[in-house]
Design a protein around this ligand. Structure first.
Ligand SMILES: Cc1cc2nc3c(=O)[nH]c(=O)nc-3n(C[C@H](O)[C@H](O)[C@H](O)COP(=O)(O)OP(=O)(O)OC[C@H]3O[C@@H](n4cnc5c(N)ncnc54)[C@H](O)[C@@H]3O)c2cc1C
Length: 384
């Protein structure tokens, strides 16, 4: 985030998290990628530092800050390890922030504090084998039985699922949708193997199964039938947090390209003296900078109006496309070494590609941007 936009508290947080990621994350980023290693213990450390429950009030074990703070943390972690940032964002924003905003009773008193401290790992479970982009075509369903519900179905491609203790799960309840909290200790819950992925390695992704998992009313978020609204209320902040994640990747790739192009010499010149490399650096910078401006503006807009899908979808679309472009050009600038794992540039591209798929694809984001643009244009006869 542009420093001039940050309050003193946010600047202090940024210094703290950057210090933390330099000490604790930079050294394990390559191991996470190469060994598909998930640093479970780091979540307890992040919990102690207050990073996990950053948007949750202190009385529930959080740090009582805002989405700007969550964005700062996500970008700083992603600058060192995009995969850790993905697991962090899934836990802290997609799962915990949403559970806190809509939970009551046991959820607020037990599950939320444990997610804040890192005792629990959390996931948001929406995607299913037959429903991804068309999330509302889900088959997972919860049937009433007395005062309880029996949850059955399968969720897949779920971040942190191989380790998570608590899941925010969307399910059909008759003609409507509802959101439930499921614990890994619930009878009827089971998980499949961890997927092996091209990028975001170290951020575990997996499938979970519900076989008549019995859920009391205290496990319902909001009330029965609120699922769609709960989903929509969180979607735009999720898009913004993901956009900051991919800004972190883009910043790292641009920094590496600048450093290399001012060190490496060919034909007696530094690489940046070649016009074809200059063109690359210029476009990389402009794409990074426009992403930054768009994402910072979208954060302000979504903070003021959580339903501003135009701002959020535009920001995450541009930031994720840009980070992939910048990472690819950073490899090209590194020549053969860019293709070698030890240099750490190729990891950035493999991680950046997830930006156009996870949390909604580029194609769906284009649809959201365009349809909201037309709606606003028809209403105001002006470009929003
Ligand atoms: C690493 C990783 C982590 C993830 N983490 C989570 C998580 O924590 N929780 C969770 O719930 N999900 C998660 N997902 C799932 C992710 O959100 C979905 O993969 C994504 O929404 C796309 O759904 P799909 O994979 O089923 O693709 P599909 O929906 O089957 O799409 C396939 C292709 O068709 C295109 N397409 C589909 N519909 C349309 C349309 N109407 N118009 C034009 N094109 C269309 C898509 O853009 C895409 O190119 C994760 C995925 C990955 C890879």
């Amino acid at each position: 985030m542009e420093t001039e936009r940050l309050s003193e508290t946010h600047q202090m947080l940024r210094n703290t998290i950057e210090d933390f990621t330099r000490k604790e994350v930079a050294s394990i980023a390559s191991k996470m990628d190469q060994e598909d290693y998930f640093p479970r213990e780091l979540f307890r450390k992040m919990g102690k530092m207050g990073f996990l429950g950053i948007t949750v009030p202190e009385e529930y074990g959080g740090a009582g800050m805002d989405y700007t703070a969550q964005a700062i943390i996500t970008e700083a972690i992603a600058h060192e390890s995009a995969s850790l940032a993905l697991s962090y964002a899934a836990h802290s924003n997609l799962c915990l922030d949403n559970m806190f905003r809509n939970g009551t009773g046991e959820i607020l008193e037990d599950v939320v504090p444990k997610l804040c401290s890192g005792e629990y790992i959390g996931s948001l479970a929406m995607t299913e084998p037959d429903s991804g982009s068309d999330a509302l075509a889900m088959k997972t369903h919860a049937e009433p039985q007395g005062k309880e519900f029996l949850l059955s179905g399968t969720k897949t491609l779920i971040t942190n699922a191989p380790y998570s203790d608590a899941f925010l799960v969307y399910a059909r309840t008759g003609d409507s949708y509802s959101a439930f909290v499921v614990k890994s200790t619930d009878r009827g819950f089971s998980r499949g193997d961890k997927f092996s992925k091209m990028g975001m390695r170290g951020s575990p992704t997996g499938t979970i199964y519900f076989d008549e998992v019995r859920l009391g009313t205290e496990r319902i978020l909001g009330k029965i039938g609120d699922g769609k609204n709960i989903m929509l209320s969180g979607l735009n902040s999720e898009r913004i947090i993901l956009a900051y994640l991919f800004l972190g990747v883009a910043r790292k790739a641009l920094e590496m390209a600048l450093a290399y192009s001012t060190q490496r010499k060919q034909s007696g010149k530094q690489l940046h003296e070649f016009q074809l490399i200059q063109e690359k650096l210029a476009y990389m910078y402009i794409k990074y900078k426009t992403s930054r401006l768009l994402v910072d503006e979208a954060l302000q807009k979504v903070t003021a109006n959580p339903m501003d899908a135009l701002a959020a979808a535009s920001a995450v679309l541009h930031a994720s496309e840009s980070s992939e472009y910048i990472a690819r050009e950073a490899i090209q600038i590194h020549g053969g070494y860019g293709y070698v794992k030890d240099f750490g540039v190729e990891r950035l591209l493999r991680d950046a590609i997830l930006g156009q798929i996870g949390g909604g694809t580029t194609e769906i984001r284009k649809h959201i941007v365009s349809s909201n643009l037309i709606k606003r244009y028809k209403r105001d006869n002006a470009i929003p």
